[in-house]
Ligand binder design. Structure first.
Ligand SMILES: N[C@@H](CCC(=O)N[C@@H](CS)C(=O)NCC(=O)O)C(=O)O
Length: 211
């Protein structure tokens, strides 16, 4: 059975959520964060970077949430929650699936890192631009969700599985005012009602019991 190595309050909630949406069996192994909020050293025994998520599936050990999502859908999900290449939603599906880590998380973490490492960061050169870039990202996401019910289009897909964490669990670490983005807030409310999401968050969400 596929094992999910989950770090508490982390991106690995995505994989638990995906498995719940697909109705696939899995074994969940949870690691608690250290007091300094890092992953414990023991996670390096699973993967050299010691970050989450990681999965083990037979001989396969795979890290990187986007890669894991694509792997599970292709190998175990029969293509469910993906979009076929000839479908109209395909380019949007690909874009948001990759944008989640490739651009959005990068931006949110860059801003948060500067805030944490540089007291009085708002006076630092470049900080205003960093903050404005985050607002551009949020405005783009909001405008998209004002037009489409889900990230790829009308239907819920794995792109949604990738795109929710930056606006939910990430807020346990850094502030992000979502007030000016009503379509995004409405979308997150609808996601929170999904039975599979609720099950996943009970097991691996930010309020789930630690290891
Ligand atoms: N892009 C990677 C990021 C992996 C990552 O940085 N995971 C965080 C958890 S959200 C982590 O393991 N942090 C532990 C640490 O910083 O010590 C992915 O999507 O899987």
């Amino acid at each position: 059975m596929l094992t999910i190595y989950h770090l508490s309050i982390s991106r690995s909630e995505r994989i638990v959520w995906l498995m719940e949406e697909l109705g696939l069996p899995y074994h969940l192994e949870t690691f608690a964060r250290t007091p300094a909020i890092f992953a414990p050293e023991s996670l390096k025994q699973v993967h050299p970077l010691g970050r989450a998520p990681v999965i083990r599936d037979g001989d396969v050990v795979l890290a990187e949430s986007g890669a894991i999502v694509e792997y599970i859908i292709a190998r175990h999900g029969g293509g469910r929650l993906a979009v076929a290449p000839d479908a109209a939603d395909f380019p949007r599906y690909l874009y948001w699936l990759h944008y989640a880590e490739g651009s959005l998380m990068l931006q949110l973490l860059r801003e948060w890192t500067v805030e944490r490492m540089l007291p009085g960061a708002d006076a630092a050169p470049g900080m205003a631009r960093l903050r404005e870039t985050t607002r551009q990202h949020l405005a783009m996401v909001d405008a998209h969700l004002a037009q489409f019910r889900h990230f790829a289009g009308a239907d819920f897909t794995a792109a949604d599985v990738m795109m929710v964490f930056p606006f939910t669990t990430v807020l346990r670490f850094r502030t992000l005012d979502l007030g000016p983005y009503p379509a995004l807030v409405d979308y997150l409310g609808r996601i929170a009602e999904r039975p599979a999401y609720r099950r996943a968050m009970a097991l691996a969400g930010p309020d789930a019991p630690a290891a």
